[in-house]
Design a protein around this ligand. Structure first.
Ligand code: ARG
Length: 272
């Protein structure tokens, strides 16, 4: 199978104010020390890698006191130039949303929708071809899925997450191409597992070990798949299918419960 990369536009946020001083997911242990310089160095490597791969990366300015802002994927979902901005579940992150509204407005996005229902952007909304897979269970409100369908103009498929370690869809499932995904079945309810098996019978299935190092928190451009380097089993499976996996060390960010994909919001459609 021959695969081709399509150049992407991403939005990222440098972790200048990175720390773990509250806990809103099971990975976050405020008592455990964090190293902001190390977080920045790991993030810089990811930022540089995307550019070396031919992608465009835009930046949003980090705000002091919002240490999770590095996880730009949560800020919005952008399709056809429409930005559906997040409404965060936890008080600790609610102030991130206005920064995204401001960023999209200042860049000239015509439709910048402030969400009525709680949703955490591409943490829970993943576009696969024409379809949006939408997570719920921990963060994004189920009622937000209908809002997303209306605002983004794409069919939305609801998927229910059941394991608190995999609290966002992008921690349990990654989009590989217009038609292919990889995922960790145990993170989903039995109904959602059935849905996934029907929609994607040939999906790459992650082991417990690969899921636990956030191997599914990956970013694919159709050929190259950037993922945490510890996910060696997934890397081998991807290589066997003609993808080019690129492992990267973002273990400092994992202390906050995030990895490669969490740092990366895809910008689809105008403005350039
Ligand atoms: N500490 C952040 C939170 O719990 C991590 C977000 C990770 N982002 C993601 N797209 N999964 O909200």
């Amino acid at each position: 199978m021959s695969r081709t990369a399509r150049p992407r536009r991403y939005l990222m946020c440098r972790p200048s104010h990175f720390t773990v001083d509250y806990s809103i997911n099971p990975w976050m242990e405020p008592a455990k020390p964090t190293d902001a310089d190390r977080a920045v160095a790991q993030w810089e490597r990811l930022y540089t890698l995307f550019r070396e791969l031919g992608h465009t990366v835009e930046l949003i300015t980090p705000i002091p006191g919002l240490p999770d802002m590095v996880f730009a994927a949560n800020g919005a979902t952008v399709i056809d130039g429409t930005a559906l901005v997040a409404r965060f579940r936890h008080q600790e992150r609610v102030d991130e949303a206005p920064a995204y509204v401001e960023w999209f407005r200042s860049r000239g996005y015509r439709t910048v929708h402030r969400a009525e229902f709680t949703n955490e952007g591409e943490g829970d909304y993943l576009l696969v071809g024409e379809r949006v897979l939408a997570g719920t269970g921990f963060r994004t409100d189920r009622r937000a899925h209908a809002e997303a369908e209306r605002v983004l103009g794409r069919p939305v498929v609801t998927l229910e997450l059941v394991d608190p370690r995999y609290y966002h869809l992008d921690t349990a499932l990654a989009v590989l191409s217009e038609t292919e995904v990889m995922y960790y079945p145990a993170a989903f309810s039995p109904d959602s597992r059935r849905t996934l098996a029907e929609l994607y019978p040939d999906a790459v299935i992650a082991t417990d070990e690969d899921a636990a190092v956030f191997g599914l928190n990956a970013v694919s451009d159709g050929l190259r798949v950037v993922l945490p380097e510890a996910a060696v089993g997934l890397a081998a499976q991807l290589r066997a299918r003609g993808f080019e996996p690129i492992g990267i060390d973002v273990t400092e960010l994992l202390k906050a419960g995030g990895s490669v994909k969490c740092c990366t919001l895809e910008l689809r459609g105008a403005p350039a």
